[in-house]
Design a protein around this ligand. Structure first.
Ligand code: AMP
Ligand code: MG
Length: 481
């Protein structure tokens, strides 16, 4: 495993040199062999256990905790940083650089009141969710390993501890920019912007206004990310600016969840009391976060502040328009019709309204539309109590879909490639966590297998295609920090 570290070339306020704190009695729960292969990581079993529990530092590693600030639920917190994570280094392959980070690896100078550890529950959750997202082709950090520490952490009760090793294309966040901008350390903001461009967007380096271009790139990547989240019913849950990446990857899986029944106002997170990060708010919160980034870069966009404001505002306005269109395109694709016609948007909105009124399962409803085309409407109709409204809709939808598609087989195939059968459902994840707390990881491992092929239905996994029964429903999720 060849490690480098480009962050340590940055000024010293950007990070703290800090080693992970060893744990008592680590056991490996799971190692992501596919991901390891793609990163050319070849390790012996004892190396895997020692490195990814934090008990041994790999050769060439210079472990650091990164510094950042951020807006949490709209309020600015001037000092955050990796309080329970260390970056072991970066691995380079054909796709570029990838950060290798341990999460739950002990205290750092940014820990504030925290113990620097993670309970096992959030480790299980992040592993499963990030794998599911990856296999649905949604940009995300990925889990390389999960380890049980053999120690306990004090949360509401004492819980077993865990360390997650994750790979991300970087850990640069909007909050990293905010740290320096809020202190008016403009030279550092510039160094950071140049570093981010070099790392993620080298193609804009030579362009005239490359700081404006950076804002455009982050906007565009976040726009396509949020649209993908919306299309699969993913709720991040804590879209604070410190969890909002410059790369455009999903990162920091906390109290996140997938929708069961559809409602745009849906919130799972126990700490999101006002629904700031509700399902349907995600596009506008992304825009809010980008406005924070724009505020950090504004001085570099143009010397004339009116002109700079105008240019940045244009990027933010484009973000809203583009994201809206991307969501419409993906959602219309989920029902087999073109997203470029406004009359099709009406058809889509009608369906969503009926789904909301009937508390229909988001994943099951979309998936079963392809069956309707093959002559089986029953599974689809089961999701709706009010049959009249949905029958009416089906009739109108069929007319459009048949008009726009003349090859039914490829239409069905297309629908089944965009509408997953399997998402990591909250009640299944909860069961995996409960079992993990009894040292039984079989459920976790099975879910990981299931989410590897989200679009292909398999009889043996039928349990995972089902919505939760009323008594199985998870109503609240916790970040567990
Ligand atoms: P997160 O909820 O993961 O986005 O974390 C928000 C901030 O709280 C980050 O600065 C984390 O490093 C910090 N934090 C969360 N949990 C802990 C913990 N157990 N110990 C120390 N810092 C923590
Ligand atoms: Mg975070």
């Amino acid at each position: 495993m060849k490690l480098s570290n480009s962050y340590i070339g940055l000024p010293e306020e950007f990070y703290q040199l800090i080693n992970p704190t060893p744990v008592k009695d680590p056991t490996l729960i799971v190692f992501n062999n596919d991901l390891a292969d793609s990163l050319n990581i070849q390790l012996e079993n004892d190396e895997i256990l020692n490195y990814f529990s934090g008990n041994e530092i790999p050769k060439d590693s210079v472990p650091i905790a990164l510094n950042y600030a951020g807006h949490q639920f709209g309020n600015f917190v001037h000092q955050l940083g990796d309080g329970r994570a260390v970056l072991l280094g970066e691995i380079n392959n054909k796709q570029g650089s990838h950060d290798l980070q341990l999460k739950g690896s002990g205290q750092t100078m940014y820990s504030r009141q925290g113990d620097g550890r993670s309970a096992l529950g959030p480790v299980v959750r992040e592993y499963i969710l990030s794998e599911a997202m990856h296999h649905m082709d949604i940009p995300t950090s990925r889990a390389l390993a999960a380890v049980a520490t053999g120690e306990y952490v004090a949360r509401d009760t004492f819980e077993p501890g865990g360390v997650l090793t994750r790979i991300a294309s970087s850990h640069l966040r909007v909050g990293t920019f905010e740290y320096f901008a809020s202190r008016q350390q403009w030279e550092d903001v510039k160094i950071l912007a140049d570093f981010a461009i070099q790392r993620h967007y080298p193609e804009i380096r030579e362009l005239d206004n490359h700081y404006l271009e950076l804002l455009k790139k982050v906007s565009s990547n976040q726009s396509s990310l949020v649209a993908k989240w919306m299309s699969v019913g993913f709720i991040h849950g804590v879209m604070n600016t410190d969890n909002f990446t410059i790369s455009g990857e999903t990162i920091d899986y906390g109290p996140c969840a997938f929708l069961d029944e559809y409602h745009p106002g849906k919130v799972f997170s126990s700490i999101d009391q006002n629904g700031r990060y509700a399902f349907g708010n995600q596009p506008s919160i992304a825009s809010w976060n980008l406005a924070s980034l724009a505020g950090c870069l504004i001085a570099f966009i143009d010397k004339d502040s009116d002109k700079a404001n105008e240019l940045a505002t244009e990027v933010l306005e484009n973000f809203s328009v583009e994201t809206n269109q991307r969501i419409l395109d993906l959602m219309c694709k989920k029902i087999g019709i073109s997203g470029s016609k406004s009359e099709n948007h009406v058809i889509l909105r009608r369906l969503l309204k009926i789904m909301m009124d009937n508390q229909s399962d988001y994943t099951i409803s979309f998936r079963n539309l392809s069956k309707v085309l093959e002559g089986n409407s029953d599974d689809f109709l089961k999701e709706f109590d009010d049959k009249t409204a949905i029958q009416e809709w089906l009739k109108d939808w069929k007319a459009v879909v048949e008009n726009e598609n003349n090859d039914q087989a490829s239409l069905v195939k297309g629908l089944n490639l965009i509408n997953p059968v399997y998402i990591p459902r909250n009640h299944q994840i909860q069961e995996a966590i409960d079992k993990a707390y009894e040292k039984d990881f079989s459920k976790m491992l099975e879910i990981i297998e299931v989410v590897k092929n989200p679009f292909i239905e398999k009889d043996r996994y039928s349990l995972y295609a089902k919505a939760p029964l009323e008594e199985q429903k998870v109503l609240r999720t916790f970040c567990g920090t």
